[in-house]
Design a protein around this ligand. Sequence first.
Ligand SMILES: Nc1nc2c(c(=O)[nH]1)N[C@H]1C(S)=C(S)[C@@H](COP(=O)(O)O)O[C@H]1N2
Ligand SMILES: [Mo]
Length: 223
Amino acid sequence: MLRRAQYLSRDTQALLTGRNAMAQEFTEDDIADEFRSNGTAMPDSHLYRQLLAGGFRRWQLGVGGLVAAPAEFSLADLHAMPSRTQITRHDCVEGWSVIGKWTGVPLSHVLARVQPLPMARYVVFHCADPMDGSDLQAPGSTYYESIDLTEARHPQTILAYALNDEPLPVKNGAPLRLRVERQLGYKHAKYLMRIELVERLDTIRGGNGGYWEDLGYEWYAGI
Ligand SMILES: Nc1nc2c(c(=O)[nH]1)N[C@H]1C(S)=C(S)[C@@H](COP(=O)(O)O)O[C@H]1N2
Ligand SMILES: [Mo]
């Protein structure tokens, strides 16, 4: 029983100080004039260009995998859900930072709609932009990322459709991108097309949980 109590306090502490901690939020005065773009600025994809030309009215976010109720969400569906706005600092591993104001749907609300099954442990984000440039990527492979369910349900983890009170620009991931504020820039998947709940990551793509992770970056990119 003592041993159990020990584990309980360790886990409780981790919960209070670590996994639930909030990323710092800033004020309107801190917002940068320009939120620079990094990585893909315009997906090299016929489908994406078509969706963009149609004002993303035909774009839908598919959410499936280990869920009881797979669903598709249009931009209008996402706008109709509860929203969160946060002014945060984006830190890229390349050594630059920029502060921006993001508005979107907390991922927790989307997950509540699709009802993850008990064995689901990770949320995988599939993007529109092909990354054929790297040797490790099969032709047609797109950018992808993943986080665990604790990170996915954190209040600052949102699917953002607006930047600085404007619709998300193409260079920053239109029409929808992930914001996962306690982690580095490469975790913040842009150009979201599909979300998949899985039990393990080693059977997905290169097996390391993300495009950059498959090239050697850390999966947990805590700031
Ligand atoms: N789909 C996709 N998401 C992506 C990237 C990318 O190339 N493609 N680059 C990542 C990196 S390294 C960073 S720093 C941020 C850059 O976001 P920004 O273009 O809004 O600055 O997006 C991340 N998400
Ligand atoms: Mo980055």
